[in-house]
Design a protein around this ligand. Sequence first.
Ligand code: SAM
Length: 271
Amino acid sequence: MSKTHLGHTARKRFGQNFLHDDYVIEQIVNAINPQTGENLVEIGPGLGALTDPVCERVEALTVVELDRDLAKRLRQHPFHGDKLNIIEQDALTLDFTTVKDNLPDPDKPLRVFGNLPYNISTPLMFHLFDYAHSISDMHFMLQKEVVTRLAAGPGTKNYGRLSVMAQYYCTVMPVLSVPPGAFKPPPKVDSAVVRLIPHATPPVEVDSVHTLERVCAQAFNQRRKTIRNSLKDCIEVSAFETLGLNPGARAETLSLQDFASIANYVVQHGD
Ligand code: SAM
């Protein structure tokens, strides 16, 4: 299978799998439903598979592209005219507050979308969760397995740290499954589009999000162990009873509320 699409050779290190299925592209753009006047930000525009049809519908679009050659190509593309604001940078380290502040209407929240490079999709989502208060929604193409994990509930095998943290920040809505043949070159896995809508108010009260993340990471790092064992460094066994939790339970059975209770206990009792 050729790695060249529209004269560009896909770079594996940048997670480049370019969308070329017009039906899939239309479905994604319809799901995003971009409107003029919104603060739209695309991550990884690549050769413009989503950029072009979004630009057809709106007056302005900000794109973040790390590949210098692709950024140059977008800049030279006559079709976009003045509509594109191209940020040639690593989205993983980009300050999205600064991006928003530099837009014509910084009071409006960002609408972020992209067919993400799969090699960095999870850290990228965690980076974006830090800006959830400035974002009204996100639409991402991801590995299907990642979408399943984002949406998974307690007691299921895909439930983990990503599920708990994503659901702390956002409502997670799978939108569309996409087969490998929709991309050039085709990825080895199935893909899916997910809509993430940041909560106006978090569904649980958390004293420190950092501690919630740490507790989740530790509990799921040793998911076969009971929480009594996996969390023994940060919380004493007797505390589980105080919190109404079974110390013999495994992380995968705990709800977001349970994790929030543990994290708040850790903050309030020191560790
Ligand atoms: N949107 C295009 C499409 O759907 O055909 C390209 C999607 S391709 C899966 C991922 C894109 O993200 C590529 O253009 C790649 O160069 C870009 N990219 C990779 N790592 C990036 C990063 N850290 N920051 C910004 N863009 C990145």
